[in-house]
Each structure stands twice: as C-alpha cells, then as structure tokens.
Design a protein around this ligand. Structure first.
Ligand SMILES: [Zn+2]
Length: 87
C-alpha cells in the first residue's frame, strides 16, 4: 500500500455510503469502482458496509440512520490507520 493509495482511501471513505445507496454520480461511481479494483482494503470495507446497509434495510428502515453513516466513516478511518501502522 502506498501513501497515494491511502490518500485516495481517505477521499473515498465519505463517498462509499452514497455509492452503495446508489446516490453517487456516474463519474463518481467510475472513479470509486476503479479504486475498489486496485485496493483490497477499500474492497473489503465496501463488502462489510454493504452488508451493514442491507441489514438496516431488512429491518425496515427507509433510510440509513445517521449513526450507521458515522460508524461507517469512523470504521474507514480505523482501517486506514491500521494499514499505516503496518508500514
Ligand atoms: Zn482504498
């Protein structure tokens, strides 16, 4: 993992939720998807986040609670911090 990737991860962290909910613009989706192909950390996080959002929907919530969104963004920060510590 390079520093460049880490900065990209940070830029992406706030957009993953919108991406999964289908609220990201087409160009936003494309840049995010190309990053997910190259970055195992974000790809793994995207899978986890998608599961969490789908679980929320299964419980009947029409929108994702703000707490889930905050938790998701916090989780990305932790993953990135962990990746940096390993280097
Ligand atoms: Zn990434």
């Amino acid at each position: 993992m390079t520093m460049r990737q880490t900065r990209a991860c940070q830029a992406l962290s706030g957009r993953l939720v919108d991406y999964i909910k289908g609220e990201l613009s087409l160009s936003g989706c494309r840049s995010l998807e190309s990053h997910l192909r190259d970055c195992a950390i974000c790809a793994g996080f995207e899978r986890d986040l998608r599961r969490e959002i789908e679980a929320c929907r299964a419980h009947g919530g029409p929108t994702m609670p703000a707490t889930t969104r905050r938790r998701a963004q916090q989780r990305v920060k932790e993953i990135i911090a962990g990746a940096l510590r390993r280097h």
